[in-house]
Structure formats: C-alpha cells, structure tokens
Design a protein around this ligand. Structure first.
Ligand code: FAD
Length: 399
C-alpha cells in the first residue's frame, strides 16, 4: 500500500517534468492489476514483465493548440496533452489514478466540436499496430490498435482482398472512435463486421473485452455514448473480414458510379474506389473547409407523424427502419431556414455556415469559434422543430 502511494506521488511529479519513470516497485505495487490481460491477449506480442525495471518517457505538453487536431479547425487549447504511442505508456498512464480526474481522448478529432479550452489532461491516441488473430477459409479476424487511421485500415483490407468495410472508405478518424458512434455509410455499419473491442476502465485501470452485443450498437450509437460515456479508453478493435465477400452495391450511388467506371463485376477494390469518388465529389474536404461531416443524425419518426407530414410535404423522402420511418435531416434543414423565404443550405454568417452542397454539414470557413457553430446548430434545431415538429439530434460530440 505504501509502495503504491509512493509510486503515485512520484509518477505525478515526474509527469510534471514530462516523464513517467517506473520500475519493479511500481509493477509490484500494481500486482494483480488487470493490465496483465493485455499481455494475455497477445496484443502486438507484448508482455509486461512484473520484475523488470523499465522507464516510460511520456511526452506531456502544456497549453497545446488544437487547431490542427480537430477537423473543424477550431482554435482551442488543451491544458495539457499526452501523446499515447505504445502500451507501456498506456499502462503507466492508467495505473496512476491521480492523473485521471479529468481526462479526454482525441483520435482524429473528426467528430468533436470544441466550444472552449480543454481542462485537465487530453490524450492523443497514436497507438498503432494490426495483427491477424484468427483465420479460416472464409474469414479473418484482425485486431487493429485504436490509434490506427480508419481509412488506411480500409485500404489495407482492400490490398489484402478482405471484404466488409470497403463501403466505409474515406471516413476520417481512428479505429478506436469507430465503435463509439458505430460509424456507417452506404448501407454498411461497423457493427456488421465488429467482433470485440478491448477497453481500459479509466477509473480502475482494468481491461474489459466488449462483445458486439455488449456494445449495444444502434444507428450512430453505442453504449459508449450513454451508459458508460467517458468511462473507457478503447485500446483495440477486432473486426471479422470476409475472404469470400459479396459486395454491397445497392445503396446510394455506388451502382451508378461503378457503371460510370466501366466496372461489370464489382469487387472489393472497385467498390472502395467508387465510394471514394462519390464521397470526394459530395463532401467538403476538412483540409480545405473545417467540418465534422454530418452534424446531425437522421431523425426517426412514427408512421403517424410521417403520414401527417406527407400531407403538407408530399416529396419528403423516407426510409422505413425497425424503429419507424427515417427522414433525411439534410432535407429538413434544406426546407427550413433563418427566415421564411431562405434555406439554411448555403447560409453563412461570418466564418460559420451550412455547406452550399450539403445541408447536413456545418462549416468553419476560417476563424469561426466552436460557440458560434454550436449556436448556429441550435438555431437550425429550433427552426426544423417549428416547421416539422421534429427534434434533430447532434451527431457531433460537443465539448
Ligand atoms: C468529412 C467527414 C466525413 C464523415 N463521414 C462519416 C460517415 O460517413 N459516417 C460516420 O459514421 N461518420 C462520419 N464522420 C464522423 C467521424 O469521421 C467518425 O465519427 C469517426 O469515427 C471519428 O473518429 P475520430 O478518431 O476522429 O474521433 P474523435 O473526433 O477524435 O473523437 C470522437 C469521440 O470519440 C471519443 N474517442 C476517440 N477515440 C477514443 C478511444 N480510443 N477511446 C475512447 N473514446 C474515444 C472522443 O473522446 C470523442 O468523444 C465524418 C467526419 C468528417 C469530418
């Protein structure tokens, strides 16, 4: 017990200087700590040897500008930041409970809106690695470390002729954030290929393995947005990828694009190429105009509500889903506006606005603040509610 106290204290001090030092005492102090499970899981072939003396050097910086670490390119500061690059650092970080009073995780920053500076510790996830952990004639289970770039992993699968996530090509961000909102596009969602994920409980340091069912995936939703919000750091995600894949080309404009490309027999690569082409032509590139993709979720309304809307808006598009009728938020936004004769689509005030081709995408043309974008989103929510009696929900995480 005394040892553990000493460790926590010294780790805190060393961190202030930009280092975490740890040795056999630290590891003894944490004997029985479930981090040993990381070794058991064979992640990157890593094993934590309890008696071995090691030193972890962590890059802790202060007052870090986040402009390039969020795709809205909002100016904000992180009070302090650690760049998490390997499992040793993970172990040291989560073993020290003194550090965990206020902690925030950033992957690619493509699904956050920063409305103020971030207090406490921000962890930038740069954990890399992938490994095949199970293989049959039909499928391969690949474990991806959570700091891997999602799109690069898709391209790796395409390269290796592994099917399942090619429709999710070009979605920005990291593997670790993908389960948080069960990313989806062109008729495919992460949950369709998801096997398990490993996550560290930030309160206890214990590693928990979540099954597909335990994640409670829904439309842009999972348990990590509700019941256990902020409680876990996702360490790795294992996906089941198909060696005998049947491509999904029926959704969106994929079939049309494949035809334009002259593809008669679609395969994993051509579908990925088609999705990349469609997305590049439709969505603003965050490197050019700050944005976080779809700002709102597509709402689901009851059959009765939908029928009453249809009377006044006969061309309102709809998609039947299990829970009711899904209507495109983009259409609702396009058909409402800041005044009765103006649409939100293309609206701009100062440097913040609604994209001219994509009503679902709010943009930062330069110096917009997170608060301005949040305020605009509130105005849109209010006007859509007044016109259609539908409450839009933000997809983006507001910080
Ligand atoms: C141009 C554009 C297009 C997009 N298109 C789509 C699309 O088609 N479909 C779709 O679903 N999404 C889309 N998105 C949204 C976004 O790409 C995804 O939500 C993506 O998964 C976010 O990943 P990230 O690493 O950038 O997450 P971040 O923005 O860094 O984080 C998002 C949330 O997850 C948490 N988080 C991140 N990593 C971890 C971790 N390891 N452990 C615990 N919590 C963590 C963060 O704390 C935060 O709350 C788009 C975004 C952009 C900018």
């Amino acid at each position: 017990m005394v040892r553990q106290r000493q460790y926590k204290h010294s780790a805190g001090l060393l961190l202030e200087k930009g280092y975490v030092g740890k040795g056999s005492k630290l590891l003894k102090g944490n004997k029985g700590h479930s981090f040993s499970k990381i070794g058991d899981a064979g992640m990157c072939g890593f094993y934590f040897v309890e008696e071995q003396t090691t030193f972890v050097v962590m890059n802790r910086r202060y007052q870090v500008p986040l402009d390039d670490l969020n795709t809205f390119h909002i100016h904000a500061l992180a009070e302090s930041m650690i760049y998490l690059t390997n499992l040793e650092e993970c172990k040291a970080l989560f073993a020290d409970q003194n550090l965990l009073e206020e902690i925030h995780f950033i992957g690619g920053g493509s699904n956050i809106l920063l409305t103020e500076d971030i207090k406490g510790l921000t962890v930038l996830n740069q954990l890399k690695g992938k490994s095949v952990i199970h293989e049959t004639d039909d499928e391969v289970h690949v474990k991806f470390m959570s700091g891997e770039n999602w799109h690069e992993c898709v391209l790796w699968c395409v390269e290796n002729n592994l099917g399942g996530i090619e429709n999710l090509s070009l979605i920005p961000g990291t593997i670790g954030a993908a389960p948080i909102q069960n990313i989806g596009a062109y008729g495919v969602e992460l949950k369709d290929v998801f096997v398990t994920l490993e996550a560290i409980d930030v309160n206890t340091g214990a590693v928990h393995v979540f099954s597909n069912a335990e994640c409670e995936f829904g439309y842009r939703d999972s348990i990590f947005k509700h019941k256990v919000k902020g409680q876990y750091f996702i360490l790795s995600v294992t996906l089941s990828l198909s060696k005998q894949h049947v491509c999904h080309t029926e959704y969106g404009m994929i079939a049309e694009e494949l035809q334009k490309m002259g593809v008669e027999k679609p395969d994993i690569r051509s579908v990925s190429d088609a999705v990349i082409k469609i997305r590049s032509s439709k969505l603003p590139n965050p490197d050019h105009i700050g944005n976080a993709g779809s700002f709102f979720k597509n709402p689901i309304v009851t059959q009765e509500h939908f029928q009453s809307l249809k009377i006044h808006y006969p061309d309102l598009p709809s998609y039947p889903v299990e829970e009711g009728i899904k209507v495109p938020a983009a259409w609702l936004i396009e058909h409402s506006g800041p005044s009765s004769n103006q649409s939100w689509k293309g609206y701009r005030r100062g440097d913040c606005g609604v994209h001219e081709r994509q009503a679902l995408v709010l943009v930062n043309y330069g110096e917009a603040s997170g608060k301005e974008i949040l305020e605009l989103s509130t105005r849109i929510i209010t006007s859509v509610q007044q016109r259609f009696n539908i409450l839009l929900e933000r997809e983006v995480n507001v910080w």
